[in-house]
Design a protein around this ligand. Structure first.
Ligand SMILES: [Zn+2]
Length: 246
């Protein structure tokens, strides 16, 4: 293919924009700010699960304390009734002995239950404090996640701005290039994944960093300036300038 060598040199500006756009796309795919959001979400989920566990534990204990209080009440009422019957007097001695016996056993039972209740209340206090710290932890995690999302969104917006700028510059650079040369460039760019042309600098292809020698160098040297020559290694259009070392 033939193309005016000034037009060929315009491909370098296009290639610069494509390099910039490729780097921007890579940064968008590997954004550390996005990984930070994922990590923050994971921490938040773990803390939310811990909060559910703490809430369940606290609720269970609360229920148990209530049940225990009910048990203590039953024993206390029974003892009061027995006491009143004793105080009312007029009971046969055998019944007084039996009531006295029952009152002793109720007193022991009440004391046992109160001990258990006390222990439960201590556990409940610990569970409530664990619950409060789980709530606080989750709130902090939510704030961390929101901050991480803000940072990620800022980074994405910055990347979008830069991408729009380079896309505009690329369109401007492409505008002056004849269609056949531009479509060849684009075809090669699809194959390399980055650019379709590279500067030949000091006999080295700046696309793949391979230095030309021997027959290939001789062919490039003797080629017409308006002939489109390509790197045998990477396939890019080799753009020749005064720096090419030919
Ligand atoms: Zn090359």
């Amino acid at each position: 293919m033939k193309a005016d060598h000034f037009d060929q040199q315009r491909l370098l500006a296009l290639a610069d924009e494509d390099v910039a756009l490729t780097q921007l796309a890579h940064r968008r795919r590997t954004l550390p700010e996005a990984a930070a959001v994922d990590a923050a979400l994971e921490a938040e989920r773990a803390l939310a699960a811990a909060l559910v566990r703490a809430e369940t534990e606290s609720r269970d204990l609360e229920r148990e304390v209530k049940r225990m209080e009910g048990d203590v009440d039953v024993v206390r009422q029974r003892a009061t009734r027995d006491q009143q019957r004793m105080e009312a007097g007029g009971l046969p001695a055998r019944e007084v002995t039996a009531l006295q016996h029952e009152l002793d056993s109720l007193a022991r039972r009440q004391s046992d239950l109160e001990d258990q209740e006390l222990e439960l209340m201590e556990r409940q206090e610990a569970a409530d404090s664990a619950l409060r710290s789980a709530q606080e932890g989750l709130q902090n995690a939510e704030a961390d996640r929101a901050r991480a999302e803000q940072l990620r969104d800022d980074a994405l917006a910055e990347l979008a701005d830069a991408t729009a700028r380079h896309e505009k510059a690329r369109a401007d650079a492409a505008a002056g290039i004849p269609a056949p040369l531009l479509s060849l460039y684009d075809r090669i760019r699809q194959q390399t994944g980055t650019t379709g042309a590279a500067l030949l600098k000091a006999r080295q292809c700046q696309g793949c960093r391979i230095e030309l020698f021997g027959k290939e160098l001789a062919a490039v040297r003797s080629a017409d300036p308006n002939e489109v020559v390509r790197c045998e290694n990477c396939g890019r259009i080799l753009v020749r300038t005064a720096e090419s070392g030919l």
